[in-house]
Ligand binder design. Structure first.
Ligand SMILES: *[C@@H]1O[C@H](CO)[C@@H](O)[C@H](O)[C@H]1NC(C)=O
Length: 336
């Protein structure tokens, strides 16, 4: 009987392994960014309910929003939370400003599953970039002092900080002086590098050389990287692996990448259709559990964004990245 019992347990374990490797792995690596630049969006409590009803297990927010934090409490939804760009100068020069922020925005929420804090999003100004690393250090110290040292501190980067990204193995940092110390610091703390990766913008910027099928994870184009012989069937993988190549070039191959934004607009410009957006995002969901050619295994990824945001400025497409309309109806069907 005992042996039979063990065999049953092993059989169940084997079945679970198969199940985990074919389906839920993808689910656990997908989050959705919760932007709030709209005047018609659901209440934070309703937004969190929608995440739960769709089985979305992680969220990114761009500022410490009290009502969202309260609604997230006890849900187990993993959270990536930004320090807004305008606060970084103060954090860089003042450990007590960072400590006050942790006291106001992290300590009151023991029930929130904080994963990462991003010190700034897509900061490209060279002078402002100088404040990122000192602010990260002050925030790390403040979190440790508050007993929340398990929360990893990083910064969310625009893909433009990487260059020579094709073929992927030739990827390097565009500005070593800015990025080398950040990569070194991330390696020392075990925090991931956060990067916003948009095959959509790469595709619309170069439709001569990039095929729509390659940009949307569809069969058709396969690219072999002559630098290392790896085969790429999607632009997303090629972009992510160029980030890993840049980290390797910088001597920090152990730093993990988390994709802190990716998405495809459903309207507003060339190639921005619900059909293409659905294809990209559904294939993304199905794909990221398996990682990239250079780094097989789970790739944690945050989709941009939960809702169409009517107050976003810039190109028309900016207001059409949402997976859901403000009335919570899906813009197109997706299965998470
Ligand atoms: C963050 O920046 C905003 C806007 O400048 C300001 O109102 C707020 O006081 C700052 N918060 C901290 C903690 O520095």
């Amino acid at each position: 009987m005992a042996n039979h019992g063990v065999a049953s347990v092993l059989a169940v374990a084997a079945l679970l392994l198969v199940a985990v490797s074919t389906f839920p792995a993808g689910v656990h690596s997908i989050g959705v960014c919760n932007g709030v630049l709209g005047n018609n969006l659901p209440s934070p409590a309703d937004v969190v309910k929608l995440y739960r009803s769709k089985g979305i297990t992680a969220m990114r927010i761009y500022a410490p929003e009290r009502k969202v934090l309260r609604a997230l409490s006890g849900t187990g939804i993993g959270l990536l939370m930004d320090v807004p760009n305008e606060n970084i100068t103060a954090f860089a020069s003042s450990p007590s400003a960072a400590a006050a922020w942790v006291k106001a925005n992290v300590q009151p929420y023991p029930g929130v599953s904080f994963r990462y804090i991003a010190v700034g999003n897509e900061i490209m100004d060279v002078d402002a970039q100088k404040n990122i690393l000192p602010a990260m250090k002050n925030l790390d110290a403040a979190l440790a002092a508050a007993g929340r040292g398990g929360i990893k501190v990083s910064t969310s980067l625009r893909f433009d900080v990487f260059t020579n990204t094709y073929p992927p193995s030739s990827g390097v940092f565009a500005d070593d002086e800015f990025m080398d110390p950040i990569a070194e610091y991330l390696e020392s703390t075990g925090a991931p590098l956060l990067a916003n990766v948009y095959p959509y913008f790469a595709y619309v910027g170069d439709t001569t050389n990039i095929h729509l099928d390659y940009a949307t994870f569809q069969p058709g184009t396969t690219v072999t990287d002559d630098g290392n012989g790896l085969k790429y069937t999607s632009l997303f993988d090629a972009m992510v692996d160029s980030i890993y190549a840049a980290l390797e070039d910088s001597g920090r191959p152990g730093v993990k990448v988390v994709v802190s934004e990716t998405g495809w607009p459903s309207s507003g410009s060339f190639a921005a259709t619900a059909q293409n957006a659905r294809t990209y995002n559904q294939n993304l969901i199905n794909h990221v559990g398996g990682g990239t050619p250079k780094r097989p295994g789970l790739l944690e990824t945050y989709m941009f964004a939960m809702f169409n945001e009517n107050l976003k400025t810039g190109d028309e497409t900016e207001r059409h990245f949402g997976l859901f309309n403000p009335d919570k109806s899906p813009v197109y069907t997706l299965s998470f």
